[in-house]
Design a protein around this ligand. Structure first.
Ligand code: GLP
Length: 241
């Protein structure tokens, strides 16, 4: 595991964007696993800037996202599809047909999970997976549990997650109770993992995830077993390390 110290959010974003852009430049046909949340928005912003300068070409890149809320339409401004489109895809030359996000409006969970697992398989695996971390150690929407869920599944969101994500909705009651998420096995099979954390609020969970026991009670702790994990975190998030 490599831990890169960043001075602040901007520095974290630039360092992570450097790693992602190196991947895309070295292999123009990379499959990149993308994440949502407030942590990676700075990375997307930086990548767009370099794209606009002509430094990066996304035309042959394929992307696969970690998760999506159930019951939220793709064009609603709270969906992760909308987030990806607004914060990244619409600004770069990625072919939207090569971008994959679970379909939150598919009511048949078994069908949707099977479809998404097949997509990940057909893509031939993920070259680099970008991750944020939830306050309870969730990655994607893999919530603390008694066992690690391997593949795409429909998850009941933790109260803590609903509370944390309520800031993107008008009220806590409007936050969906369920989501589709890529499973731990698919994440762990990515060739490289890039985990981001920013702010003191993430310092305890980052410490527990990277140095505590490996347990499904702290889903991100499984990342300790990955052989190519890079953590980019700022001073606040690293304050307990
Ligand atoms: C959400 C997402 C995660 C993300 C986490 C942390 O629940 N499903 O992928 O890592 O929140 O979000 P933030 O970066 O806003 O702290």
């Amino acid at each position: 595991m490599k831990i890169l110290f960043a001075r602040d959010y901007q520095d974290m974003s630039r360092k992570a964007a450097n790693i992602l852009s190196a991947q895309v430049i070295l292999n123009t046909k990379s499959v990149v696993g993308l994440a949502t949340g407030s942590t990676p928005t700075g990375v997307y912003k930086q990548l767009i800037e370099w794209y606009e300068k002509g430094d990066i070409d996304f035309s042959k890149i394929k992307s696969v996202n970690l998760d999506e809320y159930c019951g939220i339409k793709a064009d609603s401004d709270q969906s992760y599809y909308y987030y990806m489109y607004e914060n990244f895809f619409k600004h770069i030359n990625i072919n939207l047909k090569n971008t994959y996000i679970p379909d939150g409006m598919e009511k048949d969970a078994q069908l949707e999970c099977k479809r998404y697992n097949n997509i990940i398989k057909q893509l031939g695996g993920i070259d680099i997976q970008l991750l944020g971390i939830g306050h309870n150690g969730h990655i994607g929407f893999n919530e603390p549990n008694e066992a690690f869920e391997k593949e795409t599944h429909c998850v009941k969101l933790d109260d803590k997650t609903i509370e944390a994500n309520a800031r993107f909705f008008d009220s806590k009651e409007e936050v969906p109770t369920h989501a589709y998420t890529m499973g731990i096995k698919s994440i762990m099979q990515a060739k490289k993992i890039l985990l981001l954390a920013s702010g003191e609020g993430k310092s305890k969970i980052l410490y527990d995830s990277l140095f505590g026991p490996i347990t499904p009670g702290v889903p991100a702790s499984i990342l300790q077993l990955h052989n190519d994990l890079t953590v980019v975190a700022d001073e606040g998030a690293l304050s307990e390390i």
